[in-house]
Write a protein that binds this ligand. Structure first.
Ligand code: NDP
Length: 434
């Protein structure tokens, strides 16, 4: 805390892990006295750089770019890039720290990293996005590579941005390699990667429900966000027979009493991915829906909640409202969307709760599968990738149960933290003090 006290998101993420991992370390002699956690919280490398770019009117702008290379004990650094005005070192360090545990849980050999910029993509033209991405990569390319650090997308970085970033990397380095994941299908991308985080979150929630002899069939589901993760979480919920009641963006949420079916979801995907519009436009189009400006959807009565927007979007009061309204399961599609107070409330009420580092690991797992396909220079079918994704999510669920069992209740936070920790800690011990 003395070294990172000015970084609240990072401290929050570390405290959540420390609460569950320190008691485990104390009970296990091989980890005790080795300062493993102290080493894990210090990034191996933190790179910060200037990104200067020119807008359509010829004005010059300066943003700050980052790459946090957190831990490479079990593989090259891997983690997304976020372009959002709220990006700073604290936010990226929390995401990079979480990523280390998440990547470990996937069972694939990937270390953890994260990066991005305080650049705001909203309202920018395609040309401005391209110039920013190119400028960002002219510096980032020195620090990454297919065997060193393989970035991917995150908030504000989707297929369009990955294309511009990849193009500049290829030009500068004069090599066509799998240095980024989330690539287009015709140039090295993997089938199912766009769907993977949302689908994986629902697969994980489904595994949790099965432990209580429940399924998604006929369940009322509340989802926040309307970006990549939210869209595909909604799609998979529909596949499994659930009813999706809400979606949101940073301005508010829509509640559709008739449910968001496949046709309405297609409208949302076009609105958000092609037209880059606002979720309020959904309520203009569909009479069954109402729009709530400046609010989050957690007071809507539901059986299952899937927060898929951003960090700290679900607080203690929201958690209490969900519990009071009969919610039986919460699975995080976003990273750290629930505040510590919310998590404690879920645990006290003994409802099923999956932390993002476990339930949203399907995205990075499928990025790992994209890396494998790039190295082998082959492409697996949709069915093959989906089958592997399902298998990985089921394995992560089982690992959480193994380490998280507490007198008949599974504490998935504890399970995910310890299962993720053990693999990285063992590798660090084997490699010595470096
Ligand atoms: P997108 O940029 O596609 O969508 C983000 C969504 O969240 C948008 O609806 C956005 O609304 C909303 N949002 C962003 N900031 C805020 C805010 N401050 N308050 C309320 N809503 C907000 O990102 P993704 O769907 O890719 O990512 C969503 C979450 O999932 C993030 O936490 C990310 O780290 C996590 N995640 C993503 C993975 C992936 O594969 N994409 C993998 C693992 C985790 P608006 O349009 O108004 O900005």
């Amino acid at each position: 805390i003395s070294r990172n006290g000015h970084e609240p998101e990072f401290i929050q993420a570390v405290q959540e892990v420390a609460e569950t991992v320190i008691p485990y370390i104390v009970q296990h002699d091989i980890y005790h006295g080795k300062n493993i956690l102290l080493r894990m919280v210090e990034p191996e490398r933190l790179i910060s750089f200037r990104v200067a770019w020119v807008d359509d009117d010829g004005e010059i702008h300066v943003n700050r770019g980052y790459r946090i290379q957190m831990n490479s004990a079990i593989g090259p650094y891997k983690g997304g890039l976020r372009f959002h005005p709220t990006v700073n070192a604290s936010v990226l360090k929390f995401l990079a720290f979480e990523q280390v545990f998440k990547n470990s849980l996937t069972t694939l050999p990937m270390g953890g990293g994260k990066g991005g910029s305080d650049f705001n993509p909203k309202g920018k033209s395609d040309d401005e996005i391209m110039r920013f991405c190119h400028a960002f990569m002219t510096e980032l390319c020195r620090h990454i590579g297919p065997n060193t650090d393989i970035p991917a997308g995150d908030i504000g970085v989707g297929a369009r941005e990955i294309g511009f970033l990849f193009g500049m990397y290829k030009k500068i380095r004069n090599e066509f390699t799998g240095v980024l994941t989330g690539k287009g299908l015709s140039w090295g991308g993997s089938l199912i990667r766009p769907e993977a985080t949302g689908y994986g979150t629902v697969y994980f929630a489904d595994s949790m429900l099965k432990t209580k002899n429940e399924t998604f069939e006929g369940k009322k589901v509340v989802i926040s966000g309307s970006g990549n993760v939210a869209q595909y979480a909604a799609e998979k919920v529909l596949h499994l027979g659930g009813k999706v009641l809400t979606l949101s963006d940073s301005a508010g949420y829509i509640y559709d009493k008739d449910g968001i079916d496949e046709e309405k979801l297609a409208f949302v995907m076009d609105l958000k991915n092609n037209k880059r519009g606002r979720i309020s436009e959904y309520a203009d189009k569909y009479a069954s829906a109402e729009y709530y400006q400046g609010e989050t959807p957690w007071k809507v009565e539901c059986d299952i909640a899937l927060p898929c927007a951003t960090q700290n979007e679900l607080n203690g009061d929201d958690a209490k409202a969900l519990i009071k309204n009969g919610c039986i399961a919460v699975a995080e599609g976003a990273n750290m969307p629930s505040t510590p107070e919310a998590i404690h409330a879920f645990h006290d009420a003994k409802i099923l709760f999956a932390p993002g580092k476990a339930s949203n690991a399907g995205g990075v797992a499928t990025s790992g599968l994209e890396m494998s396909q790039n190295s082998l220079r082959i492409s697996w079918t949709r069915e093959e990738v989906d089958k592997r994704l399902k298998g990985i999510m089921s394995d992560i669920h089982d690992a959480c149960v193994e380490y998280g069992e507490e007198e008949g209740y599974c504490n998935y936070v504890k399970g995910a933290n310890i299962a993720g920790f053990v693999k990285v800690a063992d590798a660090m011990l084997a490699q010595g003090v470096i």
